[in-house]
Ligand binder design. Structure first.
Ligand code: PLP
Length: 426
């Protein structure tokens, strides 16, 4: 029986095909029922079938033919597995699939998106004396990680509006940062970074460009192909896509891959095998899901744009979004989220109106996170941006009447009906 190796290894296969096949490890199974080979301790060697799904290898340790081989594997002279924190076949399958979709580099899976971002910053040598230039639109925990954790070890973080290219250029020239950190699409106003242009700026200055591509996914943008040095994903979101695991992944090439491998081994924030299996399964439908989520975001944003109870709608696909033109140039789609401000006519405060809207939803789930098959809705001011001062929230445009919706893959009319009936209650 032939393993469809040609397909999984064929980089020329199209994106959707690689999403299904890349990374799969269809190891031959030894023996069919009743065909045991007594010559081997495990009972059989009749390798005559392949499970089509990569097995979940839960083993924490791996034995070899003899100790000489173990020595070669541990010494890196022979490929193989020895101890789960160093590597695991199910995790390798997920990593290879992600690297294939990102169009290059090596992927390193971590236990969460935050562990992945920490690994990426360490690999970029952010330590004492280093300066980081970070997008002021960054995910709050990433900003806090930079300021508190890396700040405590002597690194300084400065912030810039990543959509103001002149400001980015000026700050890079002034600060000569070791790394610049941006997100493909930011939360919650869905600002779109001009990654190819920022990559030109960082390359000229010798800075490492780290792109958190969680909101973008490799379906909409592959930052390594546009000049970024390191890509980070919270695989908790779109990559796995079903709201049932926490994981992260970093994709990078030389000179960062060696440090990433070593760091992951030593810090130990590794992805678990069951999570890797779920995430690999999720990846197979990534192109289908993201396509549907982008279509749903388009329909819902068009509906909201014409609704009297939505004062402002944020969606990169809408012509009045500040980054509409950039999005058309640098993204392969409009993204799967929509944010909007409620128009408040009653005597309720903005927060009361937002809470009433959210409490009135019947189909859309009131829960944080994004990129799931379920449509999720949140109040950013009291969730993702809760830790910020009211003045900083206001500066970022995170008002009390702002709602963020991450579209799932349900039928758009059902989502629209649910949002419509909840708007009636406001
Ligand atoms: C853009 C972005 N990056 C990173 C993270 C952190 O990911 P995780 O929760 O998997 O650690 C999140 C989580 O919401 C996020 O939205």
């Amino acid at each position: 029986m032939r393993e469809p190796k040609e397909i999984r290894e064929k980089q020329s296969a199209r994106f959707e095909t690689r999403a299904v096949h890349a990374g799969e490890r269809r190891a031959p199974c030894q023996g069919a029922p009743g065909e045991e080979d007594p010559s081997t301790p495990s009972g059989s060697t009749n390798g005559n079938f392949y499970p089509i799904s990569t097995p979940i290898h839960l083993s924490t340790t791996f034995a070899h033919e003899n100790v000489e081989q173990t020595d070669r594997v541990l010494g890196g002279e022979e490929p193989g597995y020895s101890y789960a924190r160093y590597g695991n076949p199910t995790i390798t399958a997920f990593e290879e699939a992600v690297a294939s979709l990102e169009g290059g580099g090596r992927a390193f899976a971590f236990a969460s998106g935050m562990a992945a971002m920490h690994g990426a910053l360490m690999a970029a040598e952010i330590g004492n004396g280093a300066t980081v230039l970070a997008a002021e639109q960054l995910y709050g925990s990433t900003a806090t990680l930079l300021v508190q954790v890396f700040g405590a070890s002597g690194a300084e973080t400065r912030f810039v509006d990543s959509c103001d290219l002149a400001a980015v250029e000026r700050k890079v020239e002034e600060l000569k940062p070791r790394a610049v950190v941006v997100e493909t699409i930011s939360n919650p106003l869905l600002r779109v970074a001009d990654v190819p242009h920022i990559a030109e700026i960082t390359r000229a200055a010798g800075s490492t460009l780290i792109v958190d591509a969680t909101f973008g996914t490799p379906c909409l943008q592959r930052p390594l192909e546009l000049g970024a040095d390191i890509v980070v994903h919270s695989a908790t979101k779109y990559l796995s896509g079903h709201g049932d695991l926490t994981a992260g992944v970093v994709i990078a090439d030389v000179p960062y891959d060696g440090a990433l491998e070593q760091l992951r081994k030593l810090v130990g924030g590794v992805m678990a095998p069951f999570e890797a299996w779920l995430a690999l399964r999720g990846l197979k439908t990534l192109p289908l899901r993201v396509q549907r989520q982008c279509e749903n975001a388009k329909e819902v944003s068009a509906y909201l744009a014409g609704h009297p109870k939505a004062a402002k709608v944020y969606q990169p696909g809408l012509k009045d979004h500040p980054d509409h033109e950039v999005a058309r140039r640098v993204l392969g789609g409009n993204g799967g989220l929509v944010s909007f401000e409620l128009a408040i006519e009653s005597t309720e405060t903005a927060r009361e109106a937002a809470f009433r809207f959210l409490n009135s939803l019947e189909l859309c789930v009131r829960a944080p996170s994004l990129g799931d098959i379920y449509t999720l809705a949140i109040h950013p001011a009291t969730s993702s941006h809760r830790e910020l001062s009211p003045s900083r929230r206001a500066r970022l445009g995170v008002e009390e009447n702002l709602i963020r919706v991450s579209l799932g893959i349900e039928h758009p009319e059902d989502i629209i009906e649910d949002i419509g009936q909840a708007l009636e209650k406001v």
